[in-house]
Design a binder for this molecule. Structure first.
Ligand code: ADP
Ligand code: MG
Length: 244
């Protein structure tokens, strides 16, 4: 789905140049659940922004479904970002409106109208396990629940790729686990490709593949022998057999 080859990103601030990505190679397969870990300042957010079309690389190649992002027109880039990608941030204040209900917040970005919009919003709230909180104002929800609303919003227009930048950065570890479980479930049930950026190695252990980044380059890669989806499937088959 995504193929980065020698990706370079240089930020120019006044007369200073910051080499945020320095020849990064990475492939993301369609349908995978992966994490990118690395210290603060290593280039994680920069990479995620490139993958989501929020910013363009300075050099190298970034192919998305075979299309070169460096050569894509502004219009195609906007379309890619709007139609194919969902974003979740650590702090979702810019996407959420505190005095609206959870349902109203989720309805906002949905490109449908009337009853279909309402139905889609309820379906999304159900997908993130928040149907029972639909009529609560956003400020009445816990941090973890607000994060679920943000995930529902990110899924609103059926993206193929979900990018999450430190999505558990401001919740406690139990909540972080639950959010990760939700990502796993969405990956499995919707088949959506998910890339999570985190500096929490504990969290990263629970995805199918972990790539670590250092000074704007991939420094190591760890692959689980079995994906979580396969493991869960075996567990479920096991318990069914036990029931028989
Ligand atoms: P991470 O998300 O891993 O903490 P970032 O991708 O945010 O790292 O940053 C990588 C490097 O690029 C850092 O040195 C950071 O200061 C710099 N950087 C990030 N964004 C900008 C920007 N818009 N302008 C200038 N420098 C930036
Ligand atoms: Mg960051």
């Amino acid at each position: 789905m995504i193929h980065c080859d020698g990706l370079v990103k240089i930020y120019k601030a006044a007369d200073l140049e910051v080499f945020a990505l320095q020849g990064l190679d990475l492939q993301v397969e369609s349908g995978e659940l992966m994490a990118i870990i690395g210290n603060s300042g290593s280039g994680k957010s920069t990479l995620l922004n490139m993958l989501g079309g929020l910013d363009r690389p300075t050099a190298g190649s970034l192919l998305i479904d075979g299309k070169d992002m460096l050569k894509m027109s502004e219009r195609d880039l906007v379309r890619y970002k709007r139609e194919s990608v969902g974003f979740v941030w650590q702090n979702n204040a810019r996407n959420l409106i505190p005095y609206l209900t959870a349902l109203e917040n989720v309805e906002l970005p949905i490109l449908l109208s009337g009853r279909r919009k309402r139905m889609r919003a309820l379906e999304l709230l159900d997908a993130v396990g928040l149907l029972h909180r639909a009529q609560n104002k956003l400020h009445q929800l816990s941090g973890g629940e607000q994060q679920r609303v943000a995930i529902a919003i990110a899924l609103a227009n059926h993206p193929r790729l979900l990018l999450a930048d430190e999505p558990t950065g401001s919740v406690d570890s139990r909540m972080a686990d639950q959010i990760l479980d939700l990502f796993r479930e969405l990956n499995r049930t919707l088949g959506i490709t998910i890339v999570i950026v985190t500096h929490d190695p504990q969290l990263a252990r629970k995805v199918d593949r972990v790539v670590s980044i250092r000074d704007g380059k991939i420094s190591s890669e760890m692959l689980r022998k079995k994906s979580y989806a396969e493991e869960l499937m075996e567990l479920e088959l096991g318990s069914e057999q036990a029931a028989v």
